[in-house]
Design a protein around this ligand. Structure first.
Ligand code: SF4
Ligand code: SF4
Length: 122
């Protein structure tokens, strides 16, 4: 549904994704329509669409953007993509670290993926 994250992305570390302001904005005056942002974003998320008439990329579903990602902004050679100030996301990250939630998630991740755990040599 437009304006809401897909069910797969509706939570960010347990928080309501729809309540988090994070997603790309395209400056139409700078966009040259190369389309790289469309293919740079993951196919599962498909945040961008492409307007064939205007020959420009468009943001379809900003709520499906991964919180904290700015991959497409970095990749846009014409600097046509911007994001909100990241300090709000850093505040949320701080809460996750200080509450111990980040540690819990790390432990679960390492349990599920033992190959990520590097043992120090004896
Ligand atoms: S990468 Fe930049 S210039 Fe290219 S279509 Fe996307 S916004 Fe426009
Ligand atoms: S920041 Fe990442 S997830 Fe968000 S729209 Fe850009 S490429 Fe997609």
């Amino acid at each position: 549904m437009p304006g809401e994250a897909k069910p797969d992305f509706s939570k960010w570390h347990g928080m309501d994704r729809n309540a988090i302001k994070w997603g790309p904005v395209i400056d139409e005056t700078k966009c040259v329509g190369c389309g790289f942002c469309v293919v740079q974003c993951s196919e599962r998320r498909n945040v961008f669409g492409y307007d064939e008439q205007k020959r420009k990329a468009v943001v379809l579903d900003p709520e499906n953007c991964m919180v904290g990602c700015n991959n497409c902004q970095v990749a846009c050679l014409w600097d046509a993509i911007s994001f909100p100030d990241a300090s709000g996301i850093r505040d949320l990250a701080k809460q996750l670290v200080e509450s111990g939630k980040a540690k819990e998630e790390l432990e679960e991740r390492l349990k599920k993926n033992p190959g990520l755990k590097l043992e120090l040599p004896p």
